[in-house]
Design a protein around this ligand. Structure first.
Ligand SMILES: Cc1cc2nc3c(=O)[nH]c(=O)nc-3n(C[C@H](O)[C@H](O)[C@H](O)COP(=O)(O)OP(=O)(O)OC[C@H]3O[C@@H](n4cnc5c(N)ncnc54)[C@H](O)[C@@H]3O)c2cc1C
Length: 271
């Protein structure tokens, strides 16, 4: 996506997503803050990652007026722009997108999961990350614990890798973000998405030291191999990436975002 495109263009791009029949390494249900963040880490680790998002619903963060507590934006940021930028980042990392509603997830015969989509059709995945605040209904057929509070169901994590790692107790199924009972704050759900994405990467036996970009020589000048997951870049490449990032940011912030905050769907609906 071009940085000057609007979120409507992005949704158009997601509509063109390739819901082909192949089994993905990872399907992430929900392309909000936590799902996008998880996808950035799984895709950068080389896992074939598809993010399925219900574009009509969209991230609850689209309802916000101005985001003022996400580190890195000292004067705050328009959340529609923030989400467009984060979707771009997930796409650059290698994620593909599909606009749809997941209605059911069940264990596949041999390994992995079958996902049913509203309106017919389905997807296959070795692993699934549920990042779909506030919908956990499509997980009803699986043996997970859901804490129902009013109209909202929170997927409880199991403790097999310490708390907050995203495991649900069903092998290969993870939960993240507000759905996993994280604080209702974007930075927290983004961080949790990253944590759960990395948990999945390690479970999938992809050996990563860290997902870092380091200056040339940081490891090699000390006689060390560049560890898996780390990239060393030279001065010219560093300058080039900096120039590209400056240009991109100028374009993102050149004009006010065209989208208004999404209104609350119902005054009676509790948060
Ligand atoms: C009015 C308002 C203002 C806010 N302001 C702030 C703020 O200033 N600072 C702050 O830190 N936080 C703020 N928040 C909270 C913040 O928006 C959330 O904590 C954060 O968005 C949660 O991230 P998430 O990824 O868990 O859920 P979301 O960002 O809501 O993402 C969930 C995604 O899942 C998708 N989805 C759901 N079900 C399905 C399904 N079955 N199939 C496919 N896709 C599905 C949805 O379309 C959505 O895109 C605000 C929230 C509101 C309502």
């Amino acid at each position: 996506m071009n940085v000057s495109d609007t979120s409507d263009d992005r949704r158009g791009a997601i509509d063109d997503g390739d819901g082909t029949g192949r089994t993905r390494d990872v399907v992430i249900v929900g392309g909000g803050v936590a799902g996008l963040s998880a996808g950035i880490f799984t895709a950068r680790a080389g896992l074939d990652t598809l993010i399925v998002d219900d574009a009509d619903r969209g991230s609850i963060l689209r309802r916000n007026a101005h985001l003022e507590n996400f580190p890195g934006f000292p004067a705050g940021v328009n959340t529609r722009l923030f989400l467009d930028m984060t979707e771009d980042q997930a796409e650059r990392a290698g994620c593909s997108f599909f606009d749809g509603v997941v209605t059911e997830v069940e264990r596949a015969e041999n390994s992995g999961f079958d996902l049913a989509l509203e309106g017919g059709g389905g997807l296959e995945a070795e692993r699934v990350i549920a990042a779909s605040w506030a919908d956990s209904g499509y997980l009803d057929g699986l043996d997970i614990e859901v804490d129902q509070r009013g109209s909202k169901g929170f997927v409880l994590e199991s403790d097999n890798d310490g708390p907050q790692a995203g495991h649900t107790g069903v092998e290969g199924l993870y939960a993240t973000g507000r759905l996993a009972d994280q604080y209702h704050q974007a930075i927290v759900t983004a961080g949790h998405g990253a944590r759960v994405g990395l948990t999945l990467v390690h479970d999938a036996d992809v050996y990563l030291y860290h997902d870092w970009v380091a200056p040339a020589g940081y490891f090699t000048d000390r006689g060390r191999e560049v560890p898996p997951g780390i990239e060393e870049i030279d001065e010219a490449e560093r300058r080039e990436r900096e120039r590209e990032s400056m240009q991109a940011m100028r374009e993102y912030f050149a004009e006010p975002h065209p989208d208004e905050p999404t209104p609350h769907p119902s005054l009676a609906d509790e948060e």
